[in-house]
Design a protein around this ligand. Structure first.
Ligand code: DQA
Length: 143
């Protein structure tokens, strides 16, 4: 099983950024632990603050990975281009958010990518990533 975890803008600052919302643990440290806990899964980790780079990575992994965990950060709320990239690839994509976007500012309740994704998991803190990995692992195997 190959799972790509892709993080968008400002997620490199999790742990230092608004800790009341995103917590005190760095995402790098959390994802290091998470990926080590799944010995049978082949993970790739990618983070960028740039929309086009995120699209390049989705295209790069999107035809070979068995699943993608995507936290597009604020591009979630604006990017038709990322939504188009998700629709263009074959791997199922889980939209992930650390915070509960549906109970925050109205503009965060809008997701341009939601309809393109297989499901959405939000509001569990960093555990949202683990839940997304488990969701992908529970998918029926491709024949
Ligand atoms: C986020 C929620 C977004 O609204 C925000 O722009 C982020 C992080 C989350 O993980 O909760 O950067 O995607």
């Amino acid at each position: 099983m190959r799972i790509a975890i892709i993080n968008g803008p400002n997620l490199n600052l999790v742990g230092r950024r608004e800790p009341d919302i995103y917590g005190h643990e760095s995402l790098d440290a959390y994802l290091e632990r998470l990926t080590q806990a799944y010995a049978d899964v082949d993970f790739t980790l990618y983070q960028s603050n740039h929309e086009g780079d995120l699209i390049d990575e989705l295209q790069r992994v999107g035809f070979d990975a068995d699943g993608i965990v995507l936290n597009a950060g604020a591009y979630t709320h604006t990017s038709i281009a990322i939504a188009d990239a998700i629709r263009a690839i074959t791997a199922p994509v889980v939209e992930v958010h650390i915070s509960d976007v549906m109970s925050r500012e109205p503009y965060r309740r809008v997701s341009m990518i939601r309809d393109a994704c297989a499901t959405m998991i939000a509001g569990y803190g960093l555990d949202s990533y683990r839940r997304a990995v488990d969701w992908l692992l529970a998918l029926p195997a491709k024949s």
